[in-house]
Each structure stands twice: as C-alpha cells, then as structure tokens.
Design a protein around this ligand. Structure first.
Ligand code: SF4
Ligand code: FES
Length: 371
C-alpha cells in the first residue's frame, strides 16, 4: 500500500486510527463489535488526552481517523476532539448511528473541521431497522443523512449484513442511494465478541449469500461507479481467511475509550496481550516497541499450515481474534481457512442446511452497562 512508508526498524507506519471515543451507545445491536467488557464513561480519556493522542498519531504517520464508539455524539466535547484532529492534519470521519445529530451539532462539527460522515442503518424497512438496532432510530438516521448531504459532506452508509437483512439488499442499496451516499459498505457480520453470542440468529444461509453477491454485481453495473459498493467478505462461507486489519500492527491502530491501544478493535479479548495505554506511553513507542503490537507481526509467530503456505503474505494467516474465539489459541490458523485443521468448526455451521431447519433464536441484545 503506497500510504505506508518503511520505518528504520522495519515496521511500516500506520495510516489509520480508529478512535473509540466512548462505548456508550443508544443502540443495542446484536452484532456489536465492541469488546465484551465495555469501558465506563468515568474512565474515558478527556478531551485534552485525545488532543495529545491525535497529535502523536499524526506524527506517527496517521492520515485518517475514524471517530467512532459506541456513539461518539454522546461526547459533549466531540467538537473539541474533531478540531484537534483537524488541526493535527488528520482527515476526520464521524462514524455514527445518527442518533443525536441535529443541524446545530452538525454545523458545529463541520466548523470544527469534520470531513465526512459514515452512518449505520440496519434495514431498509424502518420497523425492521429499529427491531435489529433494539432502539427506535430509523427516523433519526434518515434525518441525519439529509443533514449531512445538505452540509455538503461526503456520506457513507454502513450496513452489517446477516440473516435478517440479506434478503433486503436491493431496498437497502436503493435507500442508501436515495439518501445520497457516496459509498455503501455492505459488511457481512464477523463472528467474534458479541456477534458470536448471536451467531445462531445472525448466520445466513449459503443461498442468501449467493443471491446477495449477485445483487451487488448487478448494482455495481447499474450504478456505474457513481456510488461505491464495498462488499466485506463473509469469511465463514468462502473457505479463505480474510487479511484482517491488513495485518497485525501493519496499517492501523485502535485507541479504546480508556486509552488502551490495540492492533484491532477486538484484540482486548486476547489473553495475555497486556495492551499498552496512551496514559503510560507515547503512541510511537507503542507502535514500535510494545509487546502487544509485535506479538503477531511478520511471520515468525505462525504455525503450520500458515508458516509454509504460499498465501501467508496475502492474508497473514487470517484473523487472530477469530482464531482465539473458535480455538482458544490466537496463534493458530484462522479456522475460516479451508486449510486450517480447525476448519471443521466452521464447515459444520455452513454446510448444506437440513431439510427442516428450525427457526433461528431471538437476539441477545447489546446493552451498555450489561457487559
Ligand atoms: Fe492463509 Fe494460513 Fe490459510 Fe495459508 S493456511 S491460506 S496463510 S490462513
Ligand atoms: Fe482482531 Fe481480526 S479482529 S485480528
């Protein structure tokens, strides 16, 4: 990737920072990607601490920051954080549910230097979207999309795809286009963290995925590049491991609400990782020297079959968090890979469906303060 420059010690420099400003959130999505243990509001970094982190990130080489959560709009000092990111020279993208975004707030954020907004939506049908989110939020999303377009900011729409909305792919894309999205991210659910608890309810069928894949190809042709459609690989069904995060400690870093720095948002669950914190160390030291960031860098840590596999430089052995979630060992080959000795753990879930499949169970909704 040409935005990554070599470092004298051989580590590439990161270009993206995921700034998780808070774990607080009005939504209760069953596929929530935040860790099982959420950070209390009282332990969050202050605005001044975020200013320091964002400056250090820019010095480290970061050019793009996703201001995310939870719901970042819950931070009353979000404008201060946006201004700090912008004055450090970072491109700032707000990643939001849209709940809490009104005209005055957006004007203040734009004035502070906000560059773009990514809005989540759960379904094209308002009732279904609210049911999946566990919160009446569709109307707020619709209003937020209109405000973002009126403000002249680029709009991305993110949809986490699963059994309950894959068959609504056409209306979902129509909705995003009608809202004026420049980019639509169709992200098939990744099953770790909270989503793993809801796997039986969220896991789609092969037929659903095949139809959706055809639908994406059809829409790409129809839209002719006017709206970018991004299809995030449903790795459970492909037999190939995803190059998670572009490699461990390779292109991006995550700062959690309490200042913990992680190579990926889910890595807090890995035992013994002992992730560093911006309250104790500068980002540059964390990136270059911390044990957590060096743990799965390169290929030394790999076991067979990755160690001698010709794909290891393309997919880096897959996702460490998925390997841990399914096998209890983060250094094993990602079970999503058909070459993994653990691939049966996934194949048994994604093989041909039995003739009379039982209905999926209901969701276990995410709740802030409930783990
Ligand atoms: Fe990738 Fe490892 Fe599978 Fe090879 S064995 S394709 S390196 S995950
Ligand atoms: Fe952590 Fe893939 S989500 S390495």
């Amino acid at each position: 990737m040409d935005t990554v420059t070599a470092h004298p010690q051989g580590h590439p420099r990161p270009w993206a920072l995921l700034a998780e400003l808070t774990h607080g959130c009005p939504l209760h999505c069953p596929y929530c990607s935040n860790p099982l243990q959420l950070t209390r509001r009282s332990r969050e970094l202050t605005g001044e601490e975020w200013e320091r982190v964002l400056r250090q990130a820019a010095e480290l080489g970061v050019v793009h920051t996703h201001l995310s959560g939870g719901e970042p709009l819950l931070r009353r000092d979000l404008e201060v954080i946006v201004a700090a990111a912008a004055s450090a020279g970072l491109y700032t993208q707000l990643v939001t549910s849209g709940v809490g975004l009104d005209e005055a707030r957006l004007t203040a954020l734009t004035g502070a230097g906000l560059h773009s907004v990514q809005l989540s939506v759960q379904h094209a049908d308002p009732g279904a979207s609210d049911r999946i989110a566990g919160h009446r939020s569709f109307a707020a999303k619709e209003r937020a999309a209109a405000l973002v377009r009126e403000a002249g900011l680029p709009l991305g729409v993110n949809v986490v795809l699963h059994r309950d909305n894959l068959d609504a792919l056409d209306p979902l894309i129509e909705l995003a286009v009608a809202w004026g999205a420049d980019r639509v991210e169709l992200a098939n659910t990744q099953f770790y963290g909270w989503a793993l608890r809801n796997r039986a309810a969220l896991l789609p069928t092969r037929e659903q995925l095949a139809r959706a894949r055809e639908g994406v190809a059809r829409w790409r042709e129809k839209l002719g590049g006017r709206t970018e459609l991004v299809w995030v690989l449903p790795d459970y069904f492909e037999g190939v491991a995803k190059p998670c995060m572009g490699g461990w400690g390779a292109v991006s870093l995550t700062v959690a609400p309490d200042g913990t720095v992680l190579p990926c948002p889910a890595a807090a669950a890995l035992p013994g990782l002992d992730p560093p914190n911006v309250r104790d160390h500068a980002l540059e030291w964390i990136w270059d020297h911390s044990a957590a960031f060096n743990r799965y860098r390169g290929e030394e840590w790999m076991a067979e079959p990755c160690r001698s596999c010709s794909h290891r430089a393309e997919d880096f052995g897959g996702c460490r968090c998925q390997a841990y979630a399914l096998t209890g060992d983060a250094a094993r080959t990602d079970p999503a890979c058909a070459l993994s000795p653990d691939h049966g753990l996934i194949r048994s879930l994604t093989g041909p469906a039995p003739a009379a499949e039982p209905p999926p169970p209901g969701y276990t909704y995410r709740g802030y303060g409930r783990g």
